[in-house]
Design a protein around this ligand. Structure first.
Ligand code: C2E
Ligand code: MG
Ligand code: MG
Ligand code: MG
Length: 285
C-alpha cells in the first residue's frame, strides 16, 4: 500500500508540475501577444503619484503595469514581471510600457494637460540590450517629447554584475537627458558601491526600510545617516511605501522631501491620475 500511495503521490506531483507549466506557458503566450503594438489584451498603465512632503502636492508619478486578464481579473506585476524576466519577454514588455507612457504624455499635452515627470521601471535585462539607448532616444523623439520629462527607475539588484558596458549605457541615457533613479535602495548587496559608481539623479528608499521606521529606533538612525549621505552626494531622495502619517512626518524630519505610498495615493488608471492632478492644480490656485 505504501508503494501504491507513493506512486500516486508521484503521479500527483507530476500533474501538479505540468499544470504549473501549462499555466506559465499560457501566461507567457498571452503576454507576448499583449505586447504587440496594436494589441489590446488588457495590459494597462497605472500611475502612482509621488508627492512632496509634508504637504502632499503631486510632484510626479510612477508608471506601474497592470494586467486586466479576461478570465483571471487583475494580475499583479509581482506575478507576471518575474515570469517575463526569465526570458527576453521582459524586454518587449518594458518597451511596450515605455512607448505607451510616451504616447500618454503626448496625448495629454495635445489635450491641454501638461503632466509632471513620469517614472518608468526598467528591468535588469534591459540594460543588457545593446540598442537600449538608441531605442529610448528614438522613441521619445518619435512622440515629440523631451527626455527630461522621463525618469528611468532601475532596481538595485540589477547591478549585481556591474559591467562597464552597463555603466556606459547608463551614462549615455543620462547624457541623452533622461533622469536615472536607483529603485529599492537598501535591498542589494553593495548599495554604497552603487552610489559611488552609478550615474544617478534619484535614490528611492525601499519600502522595507520605511515599514520599519517607526517601530525600530536603529532603522530610523540608520536612515537618518543615509539621508545625510545622499544629501552630501547631491541625490534627490524618494521614499516609497509610506502608509502612515507617522512615517511621513519622520521621513520629512530627517530631510526626505518626496514620498510615494498608500497614505497619499494608490496606483490608479491614467485618466484618474490626470483628473486628480488637474483638480489639485486648480484647487490650489
Ligand atoms: P517598484 O518599482 O518598487 O514599485 C513599487 C511597488 O510598491 C508597486 O507595486 C506599488 O503599487 C507598491 N506600493 C506603493 N505604495 C505602497 C504602499 O504604501 N504600501 C505597499 N504595501 N505597497 C506600495 P506593484 O505595482 O505591484 O509593482 C511591483 C513591482 O513590479 C514594482 O516594484 C516593479 O519592480 C515591478 N514593475 C511594475 N511595473 C513594471 C514595469 O512596467 N516594468 C518593470 N520592469 N517592472 C515593473
Ligand atoms: Mg519602481
Ligand atoms: Mg520601488
Ligand atoms: Mg520596491
Amino acid at each position: 500500500a505504501a508503494k501504491q500511495s507513493g506512486r500516486d503521490s508521484y503521479r500527483f506531483y507530476d500533474e501538479a508540475i505540468s499544470s504549473a507549466m501549462w499555466h506559465r506557458l499560457m501566461l507567457e503566450q498571452q503576454l507576448m501577444l499583449a505586447t504587440q503594438p496594436d494589441a489590446d489584451l488588457g495590459l494597462k498603465l497605472y500611475l502612482q503619484p509621488k508627492v512632496s512632503l509634508p504637504d502632499g502636492q503631486i510632484a510626479g508619478a510612477e508608471v506601474l503595469l497592470r494586467w486586466e486578464h479576461p478570465e483571471k481579473g487583475l494580475i499583479s506585476p509581482a506575478e507576471f514581471i518575474p515570469l517575463a524576466e526569465e526570458s527576453r519577454l521582459i524586454v518587449a514588455l518594458d518597451r511596450w510600457v515605455f512607448a505607451r507612457s510616451c504616447r500618454l504624455l503626448q496625448e495629454s499635452t495635445a489635450a491641454g494637460y501638461q503632466l509632471p515627470r513620469i517614472s518608468i521601471n526598467l528591468s535588469a535585462k534591459q540594460l543588457q540590450e545593446p540598442d537600449l539607448v538608441e531605442w529610448c532616444a528614438n522613441t521619445v523623439k518619435r512622440f515629440g517629447l523631451d527626455p527630461g520629462c522621463i525618469e528611468l527607475e532601475i532596481t538595485e539588484t540589477a547591478f549585481i554584475n556591474l559591467a562597464d558596458t552597463v555603466l556606459e549605457r547608463l551614462q549615455a541615457l543620462r547624457n541623452t537627458g533622461f533622469s536615472l533613479a536607483l529603485d529599492d535602495f537598501g535591498t542589494g548587496y553593495s548599495s554604497l558601491t552603487y552610489l559611488r559608481r552609478l550615474p544617478l539623479d534619484v535614490v528611492k528608499i525601499d519600502r522595507d526600510f520605511v515599514a520599519d521606521l517607526c517601530q525600530d529606533e536603529r532603522a530610523a538612525t540608520l536612515l537618518q545617516g543615509v539621508m545625510q549621505l545622499l544629501d552630501k552626494l547631491d541625490f534627490s531622495v524618494v521614499a516609497e511605501g509610506i502608509e502612515t502619517t507617522e512615517q511621513s512626518a519622520l521621513l520629512h524630519s530627517i530631510g526626505c522631501n518626496v514620498g510615494q505610498g498608500f497614505l497619499f495615493h494608490r496606483p490608479m488608471p491614467a485618466d484618474e491620475f490626470i483628473a486628480l492632478y488637474y483638480h489639485e492644480a486648480s484647487s490650489s490656485c
